[in-house]
Write a protein that binds this ligand. Structure first.
Ligand SMILES: Cc1cc2nc3c(=O)[nH]c(=O)nc-3n(C[C@H](O)[C@H](O)[C@H](O)COP(=O)(O)OP(=O)(O)OC[C@H]3O[C@@H](n4cnc5c(N)ncnc54)[C@H](O)[C@@H]3O)c2cc1C
Ligand SMILES: NC(=O)c1ccc[n+]([C@@H]2O[C@H](COP(=O)([O-])OP(=O)(O)OC[C@H]3O[C@@H](n4cnc5c(N)ncnc54)[C@H](OP(=O)(O)O)[C@@H]3O)[C@@H](O)[C@H]2O)c1
Length: 672
């Protein structure tokens, strides 16, 4: 068949559009700092490719955004503006460009930890015509793994599950890799994918304010090296500032009077030499549990202050193991070996979800097994068994492998003090027994592994619609839109916000799912001529209510004190998702536009453009792409069919334990 040749009249507008876009993409870009709203809300800014920010200092900060009405849609279309096209053809300029043409999009991300990096990677991979600025307050990237360098700091999930799903690391040294190694992974990731071009370090976001009249966020950023503030305007503001990123001192009288060396696990001074010192360690959360076995062999004496019982043990199949050179070589060089290992580790993690449900067989069996293990490890210390083995459900607090912790507690140079620290003096800690007796413990160094402020209240003002400050809206309780959106905050998305799946395994999968979800909204904003998208209050309230119903049956609500419940015993489970991680992936995979207030720049159908498809304007595209030989890869699939395809349903046979003593198979059947 002769090739289909476009006749001349169609070529002119087509070429016009393609050429314009190509030229734009070649221009060097300077980051825009706009202080004036665009005069014409319909007119698009000049399209520019991405570049690193060129910050511009602002001498003084403008007053807070005042209430601004949502811009009304134009009442009637103005008479069409026609121009005599360059090649003599008429073109209705008012209609714009072809359908779904990507307009320029400016995004600011606060934070360059795993979340910020994941977002930058995915945006770069999948989008064009954007400007991205990632501001990081620290002098280096990777967040948690830059800040937490206390002795023993490591992953609490197998490291092979703590990588981006598409970016394996064959040379992890151990099942639970150390903090420095994890930081190296994230830094290497940023370098490999050329993400540094978007990132500026030593830049602390201090304020973000939405202006409804322009549909823009203004973000103030403090350069911590020069103490100057710059102002950046963007269309979408992404908060990736981390949930465990605001460490806190314990509320113990006299803390600041201590004249020895005072350290916090998340702000650790690695130059402090503990050799021969009398060290105090407060806390037996995940951090404290890792610190004790690391410092016990070095310090002359360690007094560890424990307020609550806690579960300590690696789960079945999750013991620490240093990979041999042969194993690492196989991961690197034998095709399929690493993938099989990663999939097995991930499968194991995904299999444990029923354990988090009250009355599940898996909870009962695991609890029994872990109790037995703890009893065995503490067999010479019955008093510790009594104090340490909880009477609440296993997994109520984040599970900790706790390699060597129970053993370290029983060493000769370790004293365990159970109960509250009554006060701190210039020379040590004073503990109080149940009978009210006080005892002073002399210390040279005091390490507070006392955790973080996890209130979800932002650490800087975020002033949304009508100036509503998220700090106020979330002062008492933080109700999010599916962990990702916040009330009254248009074009604002949040990583690991309230009620995300952070209790049942590695967080990287959740971060990836959230990044994809955010990109969905970026895509819609960019191609639908949108002004803003804001999660509706009623949707947020319904999500909170539905979450609370689920939590009644979850063991996280059981009687432990944990940061999942804002450091309370019986408070609302504000940190966790009402379901498994896989459940979260699927929930976020299909965004629900009806839960959002969507405002358009003009007519909601302006995105229809000039009546052309971009395909028609793309001279390299197949204009008959939908003509095919069979119906394989049908363009529409239901959610169920998509899931089946993605998960290769029907191709796996889940192995069932020989002894079947945990009733795993029956358990899944019962829940599903
Ligand atoms: C000690 C420790 C161990 C952990 N271990 C595990 C584990 O084994 N497995 C697991 O899945 N999860 C673990 N976590 C949870 C961990 O936080 C997440 O897995 C993940 O690293 C979160 O990434 P993030 O980018 O969302 O947050 P972070 O890593 O906290 O990064 C946030 C970044 O934002 C920056 N930032 C904050 N505020 C501002 C501001 N105002 N302006 C500019 N920048 C700002 C911070 O400096 C930081 O770099 C652990 C957490 C801690 C504290
Ligand atoms: N990879 C890992 O293994 C790892 C390591 C560290 C952290 N993390 C992550 O970070 C989270 C936080 O861990 P974290 O250990 O830093 O904090 P945490 O779980 O909140 O534990 C804080 C500890 O300090 C104690 N504490 C707090 N204030 C106290 C006070 N005034 N007096 C006495 N004791 C006090 C708490 O006692 P109570 O128990 O009585 O409240 C608790 O034992 C973890 O849940 C996990 O998600 C993971």
């Amino acid at each position: 068949m002769a090739p289909y040749v476009l006749s001349e009249p169609y070529v002119a507008p087509t070429m016009d559009v393609v050429t314009k876009r190509d030229l734009k993409n070649q221009q060097p870009t300077v980051f825009e700092i706009e202080t004036q709203p665009a005069a014409d809300p319909v007119a698009e800014p000049v399209h520019e490719p991405t570049s690193k920010a060129v910050a511009q200092s602002v001498p003084e900060i403008a007053p807070e955004t005042t209430e601004a009405p949502i811009p009304p849609a134009p009442a009637t279309a103005s008479p069409p503006k026609r121009r005599n096209g360059e090649l003599g053809y008429f073109r209705n300029e008012e209609l714009g460009e072809p359908i779904h043409t990507e307009r320029h999009m400016r995004i600011v991300v606060c934070g360059a930890g795993a979340s910020g990096l994941c977002f930058a990677y995915k945006l770069q991979r999948s989008f064009r015509n954007f400007t991205l600025n990632v501001f990081e307050k620290n002098p280096d990237i990777s967040g948690t793994w830059f800040e937490n360098r206390y002795p023993g700091c490591a992953c609490d999930v197998p490291s092979h599950t703590y990588t981006f799903s598409w970016e394996p690391k064959p040379d992890w040294t151990a099942v639970y890799a150390g903090s420095a190694e994890i930081q190296t992974y994230f830094k290497g990731f940023a370098t490999k994918h050329n993400l540094w071009q978007y990132i500026t370090v030593n830049q602390q976001v201090t304020r973000a304010a939405w202006d409804d009249s322009t549909g823009e966020w203004t973000v103030d950023v403090l350069d911590t090296a020069t103490n100057t503030t710059t102002r950046h305007v963007c269309d979408i503001f992404i908060n990736a500032s981390g949930i465990l990123n605001n460490w806190r001192w314990p509320d113990i009288p006299g803390l600041k009077e201590f004249q020895g060396t005072l350290l916090h696990s998340a702000n650790y001074d690695t130059s402090v030499d503990l050799t021969g010192k009398r060290v105090g360690l407060i806390g037996n959360g995940s951090s404290g549990i890792q610190i004790l076995p690391a410092i016990q062999p070095v310090a002359a004496h360690v007094t560890t202050f424990i307020r609550s019982s806690t579960w300590v043990t690696p789960l079945r199949g999750f013991g620490q193991h240093v990979y041999s050179p042969e194993e690492r070589n196989a991961f690197e060089n034998e095709p399929g070996t690493l993938l099989a290992w990663r999939k097995q580790a991930e499968t194991n993690v995904n299999l444990i979800f029923p354990m988090f449900l009250k009355g599940s067989k898996m909870q009962e069996v695991t609890r029994k097994a872990v109790t037995k293990q703890m009893q065995q490890k503490l067999q010479d210390a019955p008093e510790l068994q009594e104090k340490l083995i909880p009477d609440w459900a296993f997994g109520c607090r984040r599970m900790t492998p706790g390699e060597g912790y129970l053993e370290a507690l029983q060493k000769d140079n370790v004293a365990v003090v159970v109960g509250n620290v009554a006060r701190i003096t210039t020379t040590g800690c004073v503990s109080q027994t149940a009978g009210g007796l006080e005892q002073e413990h002399a210390l040279d160094v005091l390490i507070c592994a006392t955790g973080f402020d996890v209130s979800f209240r932002p650490r800087f003002p975020i002033l949304g619609r009508h100036g509503q400050n998220l700090q106020d809206l979330w002062a008492r309780e933080a109700h999010s839109y599916m962990g990702t959106g916040a009330p009254e905050q248009p074009n604002y998305l949040h990583f690991l916000g309230p009620n995300c799946p952070i209790g049942a395994g590695p967080l990287v999968g959740a971060i990836e799912a959230q990044a994809d979800y955010m990109l969905h909204w970026c895509d819609r904003w960019q191609t639908d001529r949108m002004h803003s998208f804001t999660p509706r209050r009623d949707a947020i309230a319904d999500f909170a209510a539905r979450t609370d119903v689920f939590m009644r049956d979850a063991i996280w609500a059981a009687g432990c004190r944990s940061w999942y419940k804002s450091h309370t015993v019986n408070g609302r489970v504000s940190a966790l998702w009402p379901g498994s991680s896989m459940h979260f992936f699927e929930a976020l995979a299909h965004p629900r536009h009806e839960d959002f207030d969507v405002v358009y720049r003009g007519n909601r159908f302006d995105w229809l453009g000039n009546g052309f498809s971009q395909t028609e304007c793309d001279r390299t595209a197949d204009l008959a792409y939908y003509i095919r030989e069979s119906d394989a890869g049908a363009p529409f699939l239901s959610k169920g069919r998509i899931r089946e395809q993605l998960t290769k349903s029907g191709t796996c046979q889940r192995e069932v334990e020989d002894d079947n003593d945990d009733g795993e198979e029956k358990e899944w059947k019962a829940w599903c």
